[in-house]
Design a protein around this ligand. Structure first.
Ligand code: MLT
Ligand code: MN
Ligand code: ZN
Length: 302
């Protein structure tokens, strides 16, 4: 299985346009610290890829990734981008769908029902895109999941992680644990498995099972510790209350990840997270635990 890390930042990116906190200022002064919104691409066949989440940086993410460039063969408008899988309906994971309006053959979008309905009825992206291209929705079920189009035999399945809905969808849709899911990707031929969870509100039994059986886990690293949002002064809620288990502390994910057999990387880093600075001592702590912070442009071969 081949994965391309397209971005590793939480909403707003690094730097965030209206922020001069140490993390954002550092990324302006040192452009190599910049991080785009968290997203992934998975190869589903020869010259075929699915994007996992469509971020506001989608256009730049495709341009920064030669494997996603169009023009293989004689057809200059042929794109390797075959579709999109959504883990949730948050703006930083869905606004990029509008960037796909030029799609000649329509866009295949795989999502859970609450996420699909929020994008269709809340963001009205289907209505917006209808005069330009067609969006074909497919359900993202738990268990064995659905096959992604391509010869590699990649299946995508949902592992529910949070009932938290986007703020724009407050009061709409069902109460469901499928508002935010981890994505389990499996490759039929090799049995290789990756688990992608840019948001993780609780470490459930189902998530534990999925994590233990994955060759690679890319997980919510929004906040280093639970009080970070309070300390940074941008929220009155802890990381956990915001729907993101912190990396460290008793409720943190690090001690659980450190016990897993697969390779574990953090992604969706908020601009307050010290891991945004590649020289921060927190990277050494991660290394001691056998964990990593993912970086934009990273290629993961399983
Ligand atoms: C999140 O990751 O919790 C969301 O993206 C927050 C938001 O954008 O409001
Ligand atoms: Mn987010
Ligand atoms: Zn900032």
């Amino acid at each position: 299985m081949l994965l391309q890390v397209l971005g590793t930042a939480a909403g707003g990116g690094l730097p965030q346009w209206n922020c001069a906190c140490p993390g954002c200022a550092g990324a302006r002064a040192h452009p190599e610290r910049r991080r785009r919104h968290a997203a992934l691409a998975v190869r589903t066949g020869e010259g075929r890829w699915y994007l996992v989440n469509a971020t506001p940086d989608l256009g730049d993410q495709i341009e920064a990734t030669p494997a996603l460039h169009p023009g293989a063969g004689s057809d200059t408008r042929r794109t390797p981008v075959a579709g999109v899988v959504l883990t949730d309906a948050e703006l930083d994971h869905t606004l990029g769908l509008a960037r796909l309006r030029e799609a000649r053959d329509g866009v295949d979008v795989v999502a859970t029902p609450p996420v699909r309905d929020a994008v269709r009825e809340g963001l009205r992206l289907d209505v917006l895109l209808a005069p330009y291209t067609s969006v074909r929705w497919r359900d993202l079920p738990p268990g064995l999941g659905v096959p992604l189009d391509g010869s590699a035999g990649i299946h995508a399945a949902a592992v529910p992680v949070s009932a938290k809905r986007p703020r724009y969808a407050a009061g709409t849709g069902p109460d469901a644990d499928t508002w935010s899911v981890a994505l389990r990707l499996t490759e039929a031929a090799t049995g290789r498995t990756a688990l992608y969870a840019p948001a993780l509100a609780v470490w459930s039994e189902a998530f534990d099972e999925a994590a233990r059986t994955a060759d690679c886990v890319l997980v919510d690293g929004t906040f280093w510790d639970d009080d970070e949002p309070l300390r940074a002064g941008f929220s009155t809620r802890t990381a956990t209350a915001m729907g993101h288990l912190p990396i460290t502390g008793p409720t943190g994910t690090a001690h659980r990840l450190a016990r897993l057999p697969g390779r574990c990387l953090y992604t969706h880093l908020n601009n307050t997270n010290p891991l945004g600075d590649p020289h921060a001592e927190q990277h050494k702590i991660l290394t001691e635990w056998g964990l990593e912070a993912a970086t934009d442009g990273m290629v993961i071969e399983l």
